[in-house]
Design a protein around this ligand. Structure first.
Ligand code: GLU
Length: 475
C-alpha cells in the first residue's frame, strides 16, 4: 500500500508594504500546491523588523489574499496547533533555540561593531576575496566575553558554520544545489536588540510548523544552505525548497512600478477580477497546457512543480487584459453586477440588472466601461461624436422618418424595426445597422443592438431618432 505524503505549504510575507504581483504569485503557487495535494496552506507573518513592519500591511496582505481566494487553513484568524503565527509573538520560542545553540557551542556572542565589520568587508573585497565574517569573536575566551558584557556592549549571536562541509539539496525548481560551508561566513541569528534574524526565525518556524514545501523567490536561494545548516544543528526537519524565477519587466529589468506593475490592491481598485489576476499569475513562470480560463480548483488540479520554469518570467499587461476579459466572460451575473459599482446600480433599474449585465458583458473590461453603457442607455443627452454624426447625415432624413414610423409600430423590438426599415428603405448590411446604432447609442460599435434596444425606453429611442432626423435635415 502506498501512503500519500502530506503537503504543507506556506506564505511568509514581511508586512513592510503592499502585496505585489511577485509575492502574490508565490502565495498563489504555494496555495495551489497545497490545494492540489489536499494539504494545508499556512500563513505566517514575518514581522520581526519592528521598524518597518506595520499592522496595516499585515491586514492589507490578509485582505488581498482573501480577495484572491487564497485562504489559508492555518495561521492568523484560522488558528492551528503551531501558533502564534506572527513572528513578533514568538520571542519565547526563538529564545529557547538561541539557548540551545549557545549551550552546544553552535553559536557565539559577537561584539564586533558595524564599523569593524565594514572595515573587514572592505579589506576582503580589496584583496579579491568574498566578504565573509572573519571570525574575530569566534574564539573569545569566556573571560573575554564577560569583560565585554561588563562594558555594556550589546552582542549579536552568530551561528558557527561548521568547516569543511558541503551543503547539498535538490531544489524543487532548479535541481541539485551544492554549497561549500567554507564559502559561508558565520552569520547572525540574533540581532543586538534581541530580535531574531530572518535566516533564523524563517527556518525555525518552517520546521516547527511542519512545512513540507517552501516555495519562494530565487533571491532566497543563497539563504537556503545557511538555513539547512541551522536546522541540522538543531536536529529540526528540513523542508523541501523550491526557488521560483523572478518576474522581469519588458526591458529585462526586475519588475517594478515603472513597468506599470501595481500592487494587488491597486489592481483590485482598477477593477481587475481576482480570477483574472490568478489566471495571469499562474501562467507567469508556470506552464499550463490548458489555455482556457480556470477557477482555483482547476488551476490547482493542473499545477505541477515540474512546470515551474527556471528562466525569468516576463510581465505583460496585454496578457493580464486577456485574462480579465476571460474572467468577465466566466463571471456570474451577480458578481459582475456588484463589480460594476454603485454608479451603474444607481442608473440601471434593479429589475433590468440581469439583462443589462448580459447585454454589455462582452463589451466591458473595467467597471468604467459598464458605466459608459449605463449612461448611454439610461441617461440623456446622448453624446454624438463625429463618426456617428457622419453616419447619421449620410443615412439621410428618409431613413429616420421610416425609423420613427417603425418604432411607433414595433416599439423597441429590434428585429421588427429592422425588418420594417429594410422594407421601406431598401438598405441592408452596414447601411442598415450603422445609422440605427449611431442614432440610438452614439457609437458605431458595441453590444448587440437587439439587447441594447430591449433596455432602451421607447420614448428615449423616439427622442433620439427625432434628433437624428433633424441632424439629417440640416445637412
Ligand atoms: N519574509 C520573507 C520575505 O518576505 C520570506 C521569505 C521566504 O518565503 O522564505 O521575503
Amino acid at each position: 500500500m502506498t501512503t500519500k505524503t502530506f503537503t504543507k505549504t506556506r506564505f511568509a510575507p514581511s508586512p513592510t508594504g503592499l502585496l505585489h504581483l511577485g509575492n502574490a504569485r508565490t502565495a498563489l503557487f504555494s496555495a495551489l500546491l497545497a490545494r492540489r495535494d489536499e494539504g494545508v496552506f499556512l500563513l505566517r507573518i514575518e514581522d520581526t523588523d519592528q521598524e518597518r513592519s506595520k499592522v496595516e500591511y499585515t491586514e492589507a496582505v490578509e485582505e488581498d489574499l482573501c480577495w484572491l481566494g487564497l485562504d489559508w487553513q492555518e495561521g492568523p484568524h484560522a488558528g492551528g496547533m503551531h501558533g502564534p503565527y506572527l513572528q513578533s509573538e514568538r520571542g519565547a520560542v526563538y529564545r529557547n533555540y538561541f539557548d540551545i545553540l549557545e549551550q552546544e557551542g553552535r553559536a557565539y556572542l559577537c561584539f564586533c561593531s558595524d564599523r569593524e565589520l565594514d572595515l573587514a568587508r572592505k579589506t576582503q573585497l580589496a584583496a579579491g576575496q568574498p566578504p565573509r565574517y572573519p571570525g574575530t569573536c569566534a574564539r573569545l575566551s569566556p573571560d573575554e566575553v564577560v569583560a565585554r558584557l561588563q562594558r555594556g556592549l550589546q552582542p549579536t549571536l552568530r551561528f558557527r558554520v561548521p568547516p569543511g562541509q558541503v551543503v547539498e539539496f535538490d531544489d524543487l525548481v532548479r535541481g541539485p544545489q551544492r554549497f561549500a560551508s567554507a564559502d559561508i561566513g558565520d552569520f547572525i541569528v540574533r540581532r543586538a536588540d534581541g530580535t531574531p534574524a530572518f535566516f533564523f526565525s524563517n527556518a525555525i518556524d518552517d520546521a516547527l510548523m511542519g512545512v513540507t514545501h517552501v516555495l519562494r523567490g530565487e533571491d532566497h536561494l543563497t539563504n537556503t544552505p545557511r538555513q539547512i545548516l541551522l536546522l541540522d544543528a538543531l536536529g529540526l526537519r528540513v523542508p523541501r525548497y523550491g526557488h521560483i524565477s523572478m518576474i522581469l519587466g519588458p526591458d529585462g529589468a526586475p519588475l517594478s512600478k515603472r513597468h506599470g506593475s501595481r500592487s494587488i490592491r491597486e489592481l483590485r481598485e482598477t477593477g481587475y477580477l481576482p480570477g483574472a489576476v490568478n489566471n495571469y499569475m499562474a501562467r507567469l513562470g508556470h506552464y499550463y497546457e490548458n489555455n482556457a480560463y480556470l477557477d482555483l480548483p482547476g488551476l490547482a488540479a493542473e499545477f505541477d512543480i515540474a512546470n515551474l520554469g527556471r528562466a525569468p518570467a516576463h510581465y505583460d499587461t496585454t496578457h493580464l487584459l486577456h485574462w480579465q476579459r476571460e474572467a468577465i466572460a466566466q463571471a456570474h451575473a451577480d458578481e459582475l453586477w456588484r463589480w460594476m459599482g454603485a454608479e451603474v446600480r444607481a442608473l440601471v433599474p434593479a429589475d433590468a440588472a440581469a439583462d443589462f449585465v448580459a447585454a454589455v458583458r462582452a463589451n466591458v473590461t473595467f467597471p468604467e466601461h459598464a458605466l459608459d453603457w449605463a449612461r448611454i442607455i439610461y441617461s440623456d443627452p446622448l453624446a454624438l461624436g463625429h463618426p456617428a454624426r457622419q453616419v447619421i447625415t449620410e443615412a439621410g432624413s428618409a431613413f429616420f422618418e421610416h425609423a420613427l414610423t417603425g418604432l411607433a409600430r414595433h416599439s423597441t423590438n429590434f428585429k421588427e424595426l429592422l425588418g420594417h426599415l429594410k422594407n421601406e428603405t431598401g438598405a441592408k448590411g452596414k447601411a442598415l445597422f450603422h445609422p440605427l446604432r449611431a442614432a440610438l447609442t452614439g457609437e458605431l460599435d458595441g453590444p448587440e443592438m437587439a439587447s441594447l434596444m430591449a433596455l432602451l425606453s421607447p420614448e428615449r429611442a423616439r427622442r433620439r431618432l427625432q434628433a437624428c432626423l433633424e441632424i439629417a435635415n440640416c445637412k
